[in-house]
Write a protein that binds this ligand. Structure first.
Ligand SMILES: [Cu+2]
Length: 166
């Protein structure tokens, strides 16, 4: 899944680069009647290298930044885990069994308003997280699969991986 994501980002970046190249080309054409600004080759090269560097960085990020998945701890029949909300979700990959209640305790340490909400659309849950407090959500997954949760603007994401109990 991560490699798919990476490929997608790579293609998207390429698309954007080509699109912006087209736009600047069109602009040169339409303004060439009046004057023409020639950019030195070194600058073009620098911009190109910068772009390639960014693509590389994105690819690296998607390949290596993924945190380890974490299992919940079951007590009194509830699969429970604390998730630290600080510049994202830690852990951001949670493994649970299907057919058994899950309780996720979100501890928000990040004041950014971006992270004040967390949505679990597949389980029809939306939470308002208060700063420096723990907010819990409970649900019972019934089917194996991967279910994402994310912040209000879908910038930070995590995955609940539901598997059949062994
Ligand atoms: Cu956000």
């Amino acid at each position: 899944m991560n490699q798919k994501k990476m490929l997608f980002t790579f293609l998207l970046s390429l698309g954007l680069i080509f699109a912006s190249a087209q736009v600047s080309h069109a602009q040169v054409k339409s303004t060439s009647k009046f004057y023409r600004i020639e950019q030195p080759l070194s600058l073009k090269l620098l911009v190109t290298l910068g772009g390639l560097g960014l693509i590389g960085a994105e690819g690296w990020w998607f390949l290596f930044s993924k945190t380890k998945s974490q299992r919940t701890i079951t007590s009194q029949g509830i699969q429970e885990l604390e998730i630290l909300v600080d510049g994202g979700y830690k852990p951001d990959r949670i493994v649970v069994n299907s057919g058994q209640p899950v309780r996720l305790n979100f501890l928000r340490k990040d004041p950014s308003s971006c992270l004040e909400k967390v949505l679990l659309p597949d389980f029809h849950k939306a939470l308002d997280l208060q700063l420096n407090k723990t907010t819990s959500v409970e649900f019972t997954p019934t089917q194996a699969g991967e279910y994402t949760f994310h912040c209000g603007m879908n910038m930070f994401r995590g995955v609940v991986k539901v598997q059949e109990p062994n």
